[in-house]
Ligand binder design. Structure first.
Ligand SMILES: [Zn+2]
Length: 416
């Protein structure tokens, strides 16, 4: 019974770790049969795919694009290919690459205004700077009236009209995103946000996946009734488990509770673990705060503080879910890692990414300006324990916190 329970736990663990990845990698036999439907005309196939998309999921839309690309190769069926792309973009409106390709096709058909609409959508929403740049290039050529939004977010060298908070890119952070973030933060707080020079975060400090695996293996080894894993690993404590390499742990765990598993299955599990592990690196937010303190030992009198902004995942001690950390010394570190479409399993949307980062940064600002967290969950200075709680917040401060922040800002300007 205990063994069955362990196997069940193992399965839950594996599924929780790899379901998203597995969904992307595997296709059911039914999907395969559907996709092999070679007897249908391309149009019939697309209609069928659209139907499947409504009831199943996005993966089928990729098939529309591949049918469309085939139609585009032939001058006689080129227009049909463009129509097919339209169906794809309708079914999958957040796929920026497909939309860009569709805009390109519209341009070739001399449907300039339609192409411009799609390019503007990409310019406003894409998270990936490369595709924003491509859209920008086409927009500048096609639409004389188009003006790129340029923001002035350079640190002041002389007495500014408002106190400032410097946003410091920690590692590689997209410039467009940074500038848009500063503008939005200024709107909410009436403090001037500027972009400082980037600092290097160094190497990651730990791997969240390794940690999860270690805790799981340690718990099983500590169980007095369970001997299977002890037979292969020996009687190890938490430190002993941590010292083993990932492959040894995964292999031992899998073979102890699924003795009939084939070497091929083990190898494909291991490949999946390697992928999971590769996307689970974390940085110690306390170390990064020390790094910020060392880099910015003094500040201009009108500077309220520094916010380090990082695209990597953060932790603090045992806390595995850290959007913002601060030691109340005018320094804060904020991560937008979990807001990126690639990590949140949501469609890419720069406005959403910025909105969430603004909310996380407001938490950091409450700390660098020395104000306690607010007890109102909707207030920007209130704490959010999950992405859902963060999403339910408003991008604003309650009257009490807004007043406190305005007072801190006034003091900074008076001091200057
Ligand atoms: Zn408040």
């Amino acid at each position: 019974m205990a063994t069955i329970l362990k196997l069940l736990m193992l399965l839950i663990f594996l599924v929780s770790c790899s379901s998203a990845l597995a969904a992307a990698l595997e296709r059911s036999a039914e999907d395969e049969a559907f996709l092999r439907g070679v007897n249908r005309s391309p149009e019939e196939r697309i209609v069928q795919i659209i139907k499947e998309t409504n009831t199943q999921n996005r993966r089928h839309v990729e098939e529309i694009y591949s049918v469309a690309e085939t139609l585009l190769k032939n001058a006689d069926t080129f227009d049909k290919g463009v129509r097919a792309y339209r169906r794809g973009v309708e079914a999958d409106p957040w796929n920026m690459n497909a939309r860009y390709r569709f805009a390109e096709l519209l341009e070739r058909q001399e449907r300039r205004d339609e192409a411009v609409d799609h390019l503007k959508f990409i310019y406003d929403h894409a998270e990936d700077e490369r595709i924003v740049q491509s859209a920008l290039g086409r927009l500048s050529a096609l639409d004389q009236s188009f003006k790129e939004a340029v923001h002035d977010v350079l640190p002041s060298t002389t007495y500014p009209r408002k106190p400032e908070i410097v946003v410091v890119p920690v590692g590689k952070v997209n410039r467009r995103y940074l500038e848009e973030l500063c503008v939005k933060l200024e709107e909410v707080t009436d403090i001037h946000f500027v972009v400082g020079s980037a600092i290097d975060p160094g190497s990651p400090d730990r791997n969240a996946f390794d940690r999860k695996l270690d805790r799981f293996v340690t718990a099983i080894l500590a169980s007095p009734k369970d001997t299977k894993l002890k037979e292969t690993l020996g009687n190890l404590d938490a430190n002993g488990v941590a010292a083993l390499d990932v492959e040894t742990k995964v292999r031992a765990l899998t073979t102890a509770y699924a003795p009939d598993i084939s070497p091929n299955e083990i190898n494909s599990s291991l490949a999946r673990y390697a992928l999971m592990r590769g996307s689970s690196w974390q940085y110690d937010s306390d170390r990064l705060l020390d790094l910020l303190a060392k880099t910015f030992p003094s500040k201009k009198p009108w500077v309220l503080g520094y916010i380090g902004l990082i695209s990597e995942d953060l932790y603090s001690g045992d806390g595995n879910w850290v959007y913002a950390n601060s030691k109340r010394n005018g320094l804060s570190i904020v991560s937008y890692h979990r807001f990126l479409a690639v990590n949140s399993q949501e469609p890419p949307s720069r406005p959403m990414l910025i909105e969430r980062t603004v909310k996380a940064a407001l938490g950091g600002i409450s700390l660098i300006t020395g104000h306690a967290r607010c007890y109102k969950p909707s207030c920007g200075f209130g704490y959010a324990y999950s992405l859902r709680e963060l999403d339910r917040k408003k991008i604003e401060l309650c009257d009490v916190c807004a007043k406190k922040l305005a007072e801190s800002a006034k003091e900074a300007v008076i001091d200057a």
